[in-house]
Every structure is written in structure tokens, then in C-alpha cells.
Design a protein around this ligand. Structure first.
Ligand SMILES: Nc1nc2c(c(=O)[nH]1)N[C@H]1C(S)=C(S)[C@@H](COP(=O)(O)O)O[C@H]1N2
Ligand SMILES: [Mo]
Length: 431
């Protein structure tokens, strides 16, 4: 190993081998990365065997493929895919998970955005689709997709998270699955569309209109109630996702985006917004997404997504390739605004140090964090803990379970713990 950092850099930042992050930024540092594959930078600094390493491979000796009209990922990346958890009897009801462990940065490619459908993806003809605003308004309005495309638009990088994400965290035993198939009902995209306030102003709100019922054009006609205050504040009728028109599975030709609010409010294939004076008490706000607390009372209409973070590398199912310096990396997000701080621990929460937040740090968007860790080959427990700009701190699992009781199914945002054994195998632990 070529040592280019000073002994000062190797001063521990916290227990269990956490180092100051500048260690990772030193050129020439030999760094390992978790995963089944070879360490990413293990070859760095090795002297090339000029004859063999610089020989021209076949693809440098023949012309490459011609142009394509729509690009696809490399065939060598075919293993990076959503894992599907569909209902056997009703295949259109279920979820598919974003493979968080395979992605970098903060944006989710549209083809890997998680999916939650109650009755499949409708085959909507955009020329026939309509959005109607009616109910407690001065003048009901009907929009074609064409007409909406002519309105002024706005773009935001916004995560969408299902209120049922991470619900295996409520299990008595820690589930052993890749982080994406446990926590991957969350994705982050750039959403572009028409601010709903423009359309509601045009319709003219009746002062009694405090709620609205949003309904989708799928075979479930999924509907949900949303306070008008939120619709007027920052909701958009989104038509674009990461620069292109929304994918069918994410709501084509248009969907509601309710920034920072739980997934179900982001009604896909939006066809109707009915202004009302009270919530409609739909299935997805009563039987679902409502939780019975130990006190016997229920939590309802808990719209805002609480802050959460997790390490994507190392993470469950990966293995460390031996004692070395590793980059710890993960994602944090909060429905309340920006992530203010992410701390990491390598000793099960006994001591913590701040991870570096990678720019940009945007409100209600994924934030990527990174930290340096020197693994000495001993069993360790890795954790991350997010704090958002409102001061909300991601809770330990025991605290969350104590607050919500054992009937929990939704809204699990506790600190995630990964155990590393002496062989370097990473598993999910409750610690
Ligand atoms: N019309 C309609 N909208 C819907 C749903 C649905 O089944 N039908 N699922 C909801 C739920 S529960 C979630 S978590 C999000 C998922 O959005 P995505 O599939 O684009 O990730 O969409 C919401 N909007
Ligand atoms: Mo959801």
C-alpha cells in the first residue's frame, strides 16, 4: 500500500476505525470497496505490465456500433434491476424495488424508479386523457394533456417514498435482503410540471374548499385526500421525469407530485381533483397508512416523510475484501426539508462522527453522504443517523418501536444497523 496521507489524517474521528474523510481524498490511497466484485481501486498504484496491460483489445481494432434512437444500459449491467414483489393472484398489485445498493449519486434512473401499483399500469392514450378540477370551485375546468403542456412549468429534484417502505423493520427478526429490496420503495427524480396553484387559481377556490380528493385513471381509481393548503403551496401536476415524459409505470401522462409527503399522495395517472370541505376517508387513508398506537389512539394523515438515512455500501449481503480503508456511503432524505447532518458509527452507536454531505444538498431530495472507515478485521456494527434542518433526528429502532408499539406496519424510519463479521460478511442486525 502506498501511503500518501499523513499520520494526522489517520487520527480516528470516532471509535471502531472511523477516520477523517479527507483520507479518502488523498490521491494514491489504496481503497477497498464492499461487494462481491474485486475492490474497486485495488489495482490503483500498481505498476502496469506495459506489454500486456497496454495491448489493444479487440474493440480498439474494429469500428463500434452505430447510433441508436434510444439508448439502453450496457448489457454488462443487466443484473442491475428492480426486484418485483407482486401479488400472485393479482400480478398488477404489488411493488418493485429500486436497487439502491447498485446506484450512485442522488438521481434514480427512470427505468429503476420503484413502483407501487394497486391494479397494474393503465394503457392510457394521452390524446384521450383528461384532468378535471371540480367540486367547491367557482368554475370547473377540464384540461387535455396538450393544453397542460402549454402552461408555465417548474422543476424540482424530489424523492418519492412509499409509506410502507422499510416495513420489514417491524419484524421481530432482522430481514436479510439487499438494501434495495428492504428500503428501496424510495427513489429520487427531477419532476417537471405545472404548479397546481395556477390551475386551482384558474378554477377559483370556494372558501369552504379545505380538502381535495385526487383520483387516478387506473383500474383501482385510486383516490386519496389532500389538504388544499398543500396543493396550493408546492404540489405540481408533473409531466416530465428526469427530462423526459413520465414513464407509464410512474404515472404517464401526468401525476401529482406532493413534495416530501408520503408516496400514496403522489397520485399517478391523475384524472380528477375534487375540492371538498373534508377528507373522503378513502381506503388508503383509513385501512392503510393509519396506525394504531399502544395508547389505543390512531395516527392518521401523517403526510410528511420523517428523516431517514441508510448505508448503501457496505450493506446487507455484501462482503468486505479484507482489512483496509473503506468509503462508507449512503443516502439520507427528509420530507421536512434539507438534511442538516448525517452521523456514522462503526461501534454500534457508542460513538459517532459526521459524514461528509455531497453537494447538492436540496430540500426533500436524496442527499449522498460519505465517510472513511478503517476496518481492522474485527466484528463491527455500522450505523448512520440523519438530522434534518428542522432538528428532527432519525430515531434508534428501540425508540421507534416503543413509540409506535408492535402493530407497526407503515412509516418505519429507524436507524439501520449493518453487522460486519470477522470474515467481512455484512448482514442486517438489530443493535
Ligand atoms: N393512481 C394510482 N396512484 C398511485 C398508486 C396507485 O396504485 N394508483 N400508488 C400510490 C402509492 S401507494 C405510491 S407509494 C406511489 C408510488 O409511485 P411510483 O410507482 O411512481 O413509485 O404512487 C401512488 N400513486
Ligand atoms: Mo405507497
Amino acid at each position: 500500500m502506498r501511503e500518501t496521507f499523513s499520520t494526522d489524517d489517520l487520527q480516528p474521528a470516532a471509535g471502531g476505525g472511523l477516520l477523517h474523510r479527507r483520507v479518502l481524498l488523498k490521491a494514491g490511497l489504496i481503497l477497498a470497496s464492499a461487494g462481491a466484485a474485486q475492490p474497486a481501486l485495488a489495482a490503483a498504484g500498481k505498476k502496469p505490465a506495459v506489454e500486456s496491460d497496454l495491448a489493444h483489445p479487440s474493440w480498439t481494432r474494429e469500428p463500434g456500433q452505430p447510433f441508436t434512437n434510444y439508448g439502453l444500459p450496457s448489457k454488462h449491467e443487466a443484473a442491475v434491476m428492480r426486484s418485483v414483489g407482486a401479488n400472485h393472484d393479482v400480478p398488477g398489485n404489488g411493488v418493485s424495488w429500486t436497487p439502491l445498493e447498485s446506484l450512485e449519486g442522488i438521481l434514480t434512473p427512470a427505468g429503476l424508479h420503484f413502483e407501487r401499483h394497486h391494479n397494474g399500469v393503465p394503457a392510457i392514450d394521452p390524446a384521450q386523457h383528461r384532468l378535471v378540477i371540480h367540486g367547491l370551485v367557482k368554475q370547473p375546468l377540464m384540461f387535455t394533456v396538450e393544453s397542460l403542456l402549454r402552461y408555465p412549468m417548474t422543476s424540482h429534484l424530489i424523492f418519492v417514498e412509499c409509506g410502507g417502505n422499510s416495513n420489514a423493520g417491524w419484524h421481530q427478526e432482522p430481514i436479510q435482503r439487499p438494501v434495495g429490496s428492504f428500503h428501496g420503495l424510495v427513489s429520487c427524480s427531477e419532476w417537471t410540471g405545472v404548479p397546481l396553484s395556477i390551475l386551482l387559481d384558474e378554477a377559483g377556490l370556494d372558501p369552504k374548499a379545505l380538502w381535495a380528493v385526487a383520483e387516478g385513471a387506473d383500474a383501482m381509481l385510486m383516490n386519496v385526500s389532500i389538504p388544499v393548503e398543500k396543493l396550493m403551496k408546492d404540489c405540481i401536476v408533473a409531466l416530465y421525469q428526469n427530462g423526459e415524459r413520465i414513464r407509464p409505470e410512474n404515472g404517464y401522462p401526468l401525476r401529482l407530485i406532493a413534495p416530501g409527503w408520503e408516496g400514496v399522495l403522489n397520485v399517478k395517472w391523475l384524472r380528477r381533483i375534487q375540492l371538498t370541505d373534508q377528507p373522503v376517508m378513502a381506503r388508503n387513508e383509513t385501512a392503510k397508512y393509519t396506525e394504531l398506537l399502544p395508547s389505543g389512539r390512531s395516527r392518521m394523515f401523517t403526510f410528511v416523510v420523517d428523516a431517514k438515512s441508510l448505508l448503501t455500501s457496505p450493506s446487507c449481503g455484501q462482503s468486505l475484501s479484507g482489512p483496509s480503508v473503506y468509503e462508507l456511503k449512503g443516502l439520507a432524505w427528509s420530507g421536512r426539508g434539507r438534511i442538516a447532518m448525517v452521523e456514522v458509527s462503526a461501534d454500534g452507536g457508542a460513538s459517532w462522527t459526521r459524514a461528509q454531505l455531497q453537494d447538492p444538498v436540496l430540500p426533500r431530495c436524496f442527499t449522498r453522504f460519505r465517510a472513511a472507515w478503517k476496518w481492522d478485521g474485527q466484528p463491527a456494527v455500522l450505523k448512520s443517523r440523519a438530522t434534518d434542518e428542522t432538528g428532527y433526528v432519525q430515531p434508534e429502532r428501540a425508540a421507534l418501536v416503543a413509540e409506535r408499539g408492535r402493530h407497526g406496519y407503515f412509516h418505519y424510519n429507524a436507524i439501520v444497523s449493518w453487522g460486519v463479521d470477522a470474515e467481512g460478511k455484512v448482514s442486517h442486525v438489530y443493535a
